[in-house]
Design a protein around this ligand. Structure first.
Ligand code: NDP
Length: 310
């Protein structure tokens, strides 16, 4: 029976080991760095593997990311060639992202930051309520996560726009793609939600240049990756009024350094990369299905394309 090597935090190893055991009672689950005989390992389940770790298993058949993004795996320049890298596609995680997106779109739409401030000042002042049907939520990245979030906020009446690498046609979504479609997409996105993967093509995409293409007074909701933003440009856009507010879950450096001006900026909501979290209970069922496929000799589901990095 081939073995699995797991690399993440110690408490998550315990949870994943227990949940995978419910799928495979006789599982051989080894926690890195105690991998035993490395030739036994056919599956690596990892979060932020250290450089050179994965090339040490000569019979590795699949590398599973413990997250929807795989940038933490491609950060290793010594990955074993030809071994499929699989991202975690867990509907529970997509639902968590949708909660985060809905929370922040609605709190900006309903001027919640102003009402919190007014309450602190004991000020009774009704601001005009805007119509959702006149406001567009634009998703940078129109994949699994964004698709779920778009479907869940659409019933409030918002217009939805999406931007992807390849052309798409999705009912009820104003779809744009590629560099040529970016400016038109940004020009209508009053709420810009980033759910892109971090790849060489998307790093730094939220910059002074692209922020200037948004309608004045737009809101930024970044639950993609910190590398997507040029943080100094986001701060400048907030200070100039080009951005009216930002909800940021991911940062260039995590944890966000104590001296970052983002922490106490009056227009910024900071959360510690929790828009979604990996869930051992729901995730183990998804991963187990892929382990079964690979052990039957079939290709895994949700393998990423190394050429594009997602
Ligand atoms: P998918 O692979 O399903 O979707 C990615 C989307 O981004 C696709 O629509 C893709 O286009 C688009 N895209 C990729 N590269 C480009 C490009 N160069 N130009 C334009 N569009 C591009 O991923 P998921 O939806 O599952 O996850 C997206 C990301 O969300 C993750 O990679 C991760 O960074 C982030 N995330 C953050 C979490 C958090 O807690 N903050 C939790 C989970 C995910 P196309 O459709 O044409 O391929």
């Amino acid at each position: 029976m081939p073995a699995i090597v797991f690399r993440s935090h110690a408490d998550s190893a315990e949870q994943w080991g227990a949940n995978l055991k419910t799928q495979f009672p006789d599982i051989d689950f080894r926690v890195w760095p105690d991998a035993g005989n490395k030739a036994d390992i056919d599956t690596a389940i990892v979060w932020k593997p250290e450089r050179g770790m994965l090339r040490q298993f000569p019979n590795l058949k699949m590398i599973v990311s413990l997250g929807a993004g795989v940038d933490h795996i491609f950060a290793d320049p010594e990955l074993p060639p030809g071994v499929p890298v699989v991202r975690l596609v867990d509907p529970w995680m997509a639902n968590s992202i949708s909660e985060y997106v809905a929370l922040n779109v609605l709190r900006f739409h309903r001027d919640d930051p102003d009402y919190v401030r007014q309450q602190a000042e004991r000020k009774w002042n009704a601001l005009p309520l805007r119509e959702t049907t006149q406001r567009t939520v634009g998703f940078l990245g129109m994949g699994f996560m964004a698709g779920d979030a778009a479907a869940k906020i659409k019933p409030f009446g918002f217009r939805i726009a999406g931007w992807s690498r390849t052309p798409k046609q999705i009912d009820g979504i104003d779809c744009h793609h590629g560099q040529d479609g970016l400016e038109r997409f940004l020009g209508r996105s009053e709420f810009l939600v980033c759910l892109l993967p971090a790849t060489p093509a998307t790093v730094g995409i939220i910059s002074a240049k692209t922020l200037a293409m948004l309608p004045r007074g737009a809101y930024l909701i970044n639950c993609g990756r910190g590398a997507h933003t040029v943080e100094a440009d986001v701060l400048a856009a907030l200070d100039s009024g080009q951005l009216a507010g930002a909800a940021l879950d991911v940062f260039r450096t995590e944890p966000l350094p104590a001296d970052s001006p983002l922490w106490n900026h009056p227009k910024v909501f900071v959360t510690p990369h929790i828009a979604a979290q990996t869930n051992a209970r729901t995730g183990a069922a998804v991963v187990a299905e892929n382990i079964r496929r690979v052990r039957r000799g079939e290709p895994p589901r949700d393998a990423v394309d190394p050429a594009v990095g997602y």
